[in-house]
Design a protein around this ligand. Structure first.
Ligand SMILES: [Zn+2]
Length: 325
């Protein structure tokens, strides 16, 4: 009746252990609480998905490839990717969605503010690009889209120029966000200095690290209060096996293990669901053992916060949280 991947997704839906009434949930934030920001992101993603396909697929795929292979911090790459998709909350985008009364750039007041305006055409920032090797090319043929601008920049033989372009663009966008909220605009010269610092920092960290060094694990178990027991719980997903597991261990105040539980479960739809199930199993084990003076410890911040929050949890794992508390 269902394809295997559909069946496994259905089996991964968390069910409540008691009969509960249907509730509207909001799966687009980590705590299940609605925010305008999360709704905005969904609308933008939908708009991107539904936009007409690019006439030149080859050009588009080379653009993505170039962006993802840039030698800059990952946050800058994802910024450029979102910028090329016009997925940033520029005034033009906000205006088109009736969220602001005008699309006008708040700094220069001279044009509609889209990403290309912020990063290239805004009179207040445009001069930042004059010393770069791609400047003459773009004077001869002004860009009509950010993707078009980036494709021209990428033709530069000077890799450092491309690195500078990406980093400066990201800083300009951050400058615009800060300026918009505080109505004070950071001087352009300081953007140039910060670009240099960021690139030097990137180069230094890559020289030292080479391939990514493993994160040193220095997490130590700390004992519970006297006469208490501590129950540690954790959940893990094994993507290759399409499976997930839960582990729970009970220790006395000296650290001696007293009971443990491990369970293989159907792969859930998200890591948070498996962590919520691990917390549920930990509490269930404590009840079954008749333990009352217990401290619980898990490493998933979002689940601990959900368990401590007295309001109804409207995430996809909300029913597990209400079963646990
Ligand atoms: Zn402007």
């Amino acid at each position: 009746m269902f394809l295997p991947h559909e069946a496994s997704s259905i089996l991964g839906i968390p069910l409540s252990s008691h009969v509960s009434s249907d509730t509207l949930i909001w799966p687009h934030t980590s705590n299940g609480k609605y925010s305008v920001r999360s709704a905005y992101h969904i609308l933008m993603e939908r708009a991107i998905r539904d936009r007409p396909s690019h006439s030149n697929m080859e050009e588009e795929s080379s653009l993505w490839k170039n962006i993802w292979s840039l030698k800059v911090i990952p946050r800058i790459k994802s910024f450029l990717w979102r910028a090329c998709l016009e997925a940033l909350p520029t005034k033009s985008n906000l205006f088109n969605r009736h969220l602001v009364p005008s699309p006008l750039c708040e700094e220069c007041q001279r044009g509609a503010e889209d990403t290309l305006h912020v990063l290239w055409y805004c009179k207040s920032t445009n001069k930042i690009w004059r010393d770069y090797s791609f400047w003459p090319l773009l004077q001869a043929s002004p860009p009509r889209s950010l993707a078009g601008l980036i494709l021209v920049v990428m033709t530069s033989k000077n890799e450092v120029d491309i690195q500078y372009f990406a980093t400066t663009s990201w800083l300009l966008w951050n400058r615009r966000n800060k300026g918009r909220s505080e109505q004070v605009w950071e001087p352009i010269q300081s953007i140039q200095q910060r670009t240099i610092l960021l690139i030097e920092e990137y180069q230094r960290s890559n020289e030292v690290q080479g391939p990514r060094a493993p994160i040193p694990l220095n997490i130590q178990w700390s004992p519970p209060r006297d006469n208490h027991r501590k129950i540690n719980f954790d959940g893990a997903i094994f993507i290759d096996l399409n499976a997930a597991g839960i582990g729970v261990i009970v220790r006395d105040s000296a650290g001696n293990p007293e009971a443990a539980l491990s369970k293989r479960v159907v792969c859930p739809l998200s890591p948070a669901i498996i962590e919520a199930r691990a917390a549920f199993e930990a509490v269930k084990l404590a009840k079954n053992l008749g333990l009352t003076e217990v401290e619980f410890e898990g490493d998933a911040f979002v689940i601990i916060a959900a368990l401590e929050d007295p309001s109804a949890n409207l995430t996809p794992y909300g029913n597990i949280i209400s079963d646990t508390v």
